[in-house]
Design a protein. Structure first.
Length: 331
């Protein structure tokens, strides 16, 4: 259930290529360390004991596409300081982020992960699936928080699935996701110090990784929306490393969190009524959706295992459910 079909992956890859080709090469670099539209540098400091983490080292990003509201999806290349892995990361900040009344406020972060190989691109940045447009529209209706959306590559190559983990002898994709990508976000954006300000949205294998990250690091991430996820690691790269594999098993991580009594995390799962693998996911929710693990199941009528359908269905409840359980920006 974790792999998108070859046809679906091919369509998404083609869409991404078309979008890149359509971008203007002379777009000015974007720097999110500015606090106003005129380019004034950030001078304010968060008060002592504030929940706000101000940007520490803003970089210049390359524009990939521009939305109708003037906001931009941008890209950078990150060499992970802790994982050592180098890959692309896309980002988008909502229009509220640039409004004067929010200039000293933190914003919640949603790390969006693709299905299939998730390398060397991340299909959530494209205008075909309209993830950013959906969040902007729902935020305008008061049904979603105005999330900063971060879109890193999921795997280290086109051939292998790394299960968002540090598999011995392989690229440290677990550390890339748990440490390096959030560090990049903190360097460039006003973020919350509280895990309630950090969440994941993922499709297929990306849903699995987002769910696993939240259960593995509940002191860092407080929420996840997972579309059609697996509930167990299944990369063939785990062969010979059973102990490490179990340390990255969402079922074991969930039970450990329940045994500890917290901290609280929030998990919304989306399933199409026509997709396979439903029983495993529903069994997972029945067994582990208790104590500190708060869950929500959203069934997509006539839906299949499709990133496009998960994206469209965000506006039908999951985005609002997660938003009510995360921190909002304060004027």
């Amino acid at each position: 259930m974790k792999r998108l079909s070859t046809a679906s992956a091919a369509v998404l890859a083609v869409c991404s290529v078309v979008l890149v080709a359509g971008c203007s090469s002379d777009s000015k670099p974007v720097n999110f360390g500015k606090d106003d539209a005129k380019g004034g540098t950030t001078r304010s400091q968060a008060p002592k004991n504030s929940k706000v983490q101000l940007p520490t080292n803003p970089r210049e990003w390359t524009t990939q596409r521009e939305l109708n509201d003037g906001t931009k999806v941008v890209r950078t290349t990150l060499k992970g300081g802790k994982s050592g892995f180098e890959g692309k990361v896309w980002a988008w900040a909502p229009k509220q982020y640039f409004e004067d009344k929010y200039k000293n406020s933190a914003f919640p972060v949603l790390i969006a992960l693709p299905g299939s190989n998730g390398y060397p691109s991340n299909y959530w940045y494209g205008g075909d699936l309209k993830l950013q447009e959906t969040i902007a529209e729902q935020a305008g209706k008061g049904k979603s928080l105005p999330f900063i959306v971060i879109m890193p590559v999921l795997n280290a190559d086109k051939k292998n699935y790394y299960d968002g983990s540090d598999i011995p002898g392989r690229a440290k994709m677990g550390t890339w996701m748990s440490d390096d990508v959030p560090d990049l976000v903190r360097e460039n954006f006003r973020t919350f110090k509280d895990p309630k300000g950090w969440g994941f949205f993922g499709s297929s294998s990306g849903g699995y990784v987002g769910m696993k990250m939240m259960l593995q690091y509940p002191n860092r991430f407080g929420a996840a929306i997972a579309g059609g996820p697996d509930t167990r690691p299944d990369s063939p790269l785990w062969n010979g490393h059973e102990r490490e594999k179990q340390a990255n098993n969402p079922e074991k991580l969930a039970q450990d969190l329940i045994n500890k009594g917290g901290p609280t995390v929030n998990l919304s799962i989306m399933l199409g009524t026509k997709e396979s693998g439903q029983r495993n996911v529903k069994d997972f929710l029945a067994k582990y959706g208790k104590g500190p693990i708060k869950t929500n199941l959203h069934m997509i009528q006539n839906g299949q295992h499709s990133g496009r359908q998960y994206a469209k269905s965000l506006a039908d409840g999951p985005l609002e459910w997660i938003s009510k359980r995360m921190l909002a920006p304060s004027p």
